[in-house]
Ligand binder design. Structure first.
Ligand SMILES: [Zn+2]
Length: 145
């Protein structure tokens, strides 16, 4: 029921609502990128996962704003790894090196220390950008079917 869905903290300020909206669109984009309309693999353990039953898991914790919306830092992950084994971080690092190479992973690990304050208009731009990217991705994937 819809009233049971509100388990997560409800965003209260306009800014936190924007961040929540961007998180949602970005997560959808990442899962669509990695799973298409059906199946993909968990970045940390390699298990087969489904678009609707997986998470977009962060390698560098999402509290670091500099890497929160970095496409390399976020990948489709099984719920088990993301929620119950704290991201299965060693497996994640191995999987990420396989996917993007060790140099990129090391750069990502440094980038987390950058300070990054997204303004409201930057958040709006990112929301618009990822809506567009998601639409394009879905259009192309449907075309390929
Ligand atoms: Zn996993």
């Amino acid at each position: 029921m819809w009233w049971n869905r509100q388990k997560q903290k409800t965003p209260t300020t306009p800014r936190s609502r924007k961040i929540a909206r961007l998180d949602r669109i970005f997560s959808q984009y990442i899962r669509r990128r990695d799973c298409g309309f059906a199946y993909g693999y968990c970045i940390s353990c390699g298990r087969v996962i489904h678009f609707h039953k997986c998470d977009a898991g962060h390698y560098i914790n999402r509290r670091h704003m500099a890497t929160r919306y970095d496409e390399m830092n976020v990948n489709a992950q099984c719920i088990q790894c993301n929620r119950f084994t704290e991201g299965n971080i060693q497996g994640y690092r191995r999987g990420l090196i396989e996917k993007v190479g060790e140099k990129n992973v090391e750069m990502l690990e440094l980038k987390r220390f950058n300070s990054c304050q997204l303004t409201d208009s930057e958040l709006d731009m990112l929301i618009a950008l990822y809506k567009k990217k998601l639409e394009t991705l879905e259009k192309n994937q449907i075309f390929l079917k």
